[in-house]
Design a protein around this ligand. Structure first.
Ligand code: ZN
Length: 279
């Protein structure tokens, strides 16, 4: 099995929204905001080459929305999904599985492209994986989360006939080396791939821990639907991860791709940071 980092570009989100109840005097040391209080975040996906499958975990924000939409998110950086795939010798048509941790636009926007005014799958040979619980939640969104679930990103996946659901059972096998964990605080039934690779366990953190700065327990995004559920999920995950030497892979950390953990007097904290290619 081979793992490749797929950087799809950087964007900005309000620092206060990203750090919830933590005051700016504290979070600004961890991710420096611009003059509008916006912080830079990555949209770092993961490509897994496993036997005859080529699995892409999440796919970034895509490019089909209008300038007004993208004006809110200040896309920057040189990386794109296509460039990052090409760097490793692949193209979109090689992808056999598109695994969507959840359907927020910064995770699944690359799923669907606009061609001749039609919305069609960007990965024509792939199965797209979600789960029924999250899918139903996303297509009937509440007013607080609605802005994150864009119909153009979601409905054409089902219309294409390429959508399949994973059973919402914690620890279920996706492949022999990849198990799926579920988390319910950020949004309903978000999926976190747990990958067994080179004798290590690597967790794709999605939005349970968007960045290394979010490791301390109170650092929970204001975007989360159920922050106290996230708190319980974070605590139990971090205790398990530190006890078992799991490695964390961050989707949104602008600088840190991966880290190991240690138990300190103040709780679980980062030990070392490194690139995926260094594992
Ligand atoms: Zn999210």
């Amino acid at each position: 099995m081979n793992l490749f980092t797929i950087d799809t570009g950087l964007f900005k989100l309000d620092g206060g929204a990203m750090f919830g109840v933590v005051p700016k005097t504290m979070w600004q040391k961890l991710n420096h905001p611009d003059e509008n209080n916006m912080c830079t975040w990555a949209m770092r996906c993961l490509l897994i080459q496993d036997a005859d499958r080529l699995i892409l975990i999440d796919n970034g924000i895509g490019n089909k929305q209008d300038d007004k939409f993208f004006g809110h998110y200040y896309l920057h950086g040189d990386d794109t999904l296509d460039k990052s795939l090409a760097k490793h010798g692949f193209s979109r048509d090689d992808i056999t599985d598109v695994f969507l941790t959840h359907l927020h636009f910064d995770h699944c926007g690359g799923s669907i492209i606009r061609k001749n005014d039609q919305l069609i799958p960007a990965f024509k040979n792939a199965i797209y994986w979600s789960n029924e619980k999250h899918w139903d939640w996303a297509i009937n969104p509440n007013d607080r989360e609605k802005a994150s679930f864009l119909k153009d990103n979601i409905l054409p996946i089902q219309e294409s006939g390429q959508l399949k659901f994973i059973e919402t059972k914690d620890g279920i096998d996706f492949t022999g080396e990849i198990k799926i964990r579920f988390a319910y605080g950020h949004t309903d039934a978000m999926m976190l791939p747990q990958i067994h690779h080179k004798g290590k366990t690597i967790i794709y953190m999605a939005d349970l821990l968007p960045s290394a700065a979010h490791i301390p327990l109170p650092y929970i995004m204001a975007y989360d639907m159920f922050p106290l559920k996230t708190l319980i999920e974070k605590k139990s995950f971090l205790d398990e991860a530190a006890a078992n030497d799991y490695l964390l892979y961050f989707e949104h950390d602008p600088l840190i791709e991966c880290c190991s953990l240690q138990v300190t007097e103040r709780g679980v904290r980062m030990l070392d940071s490194f690139k995926l290619s260094e594992i």
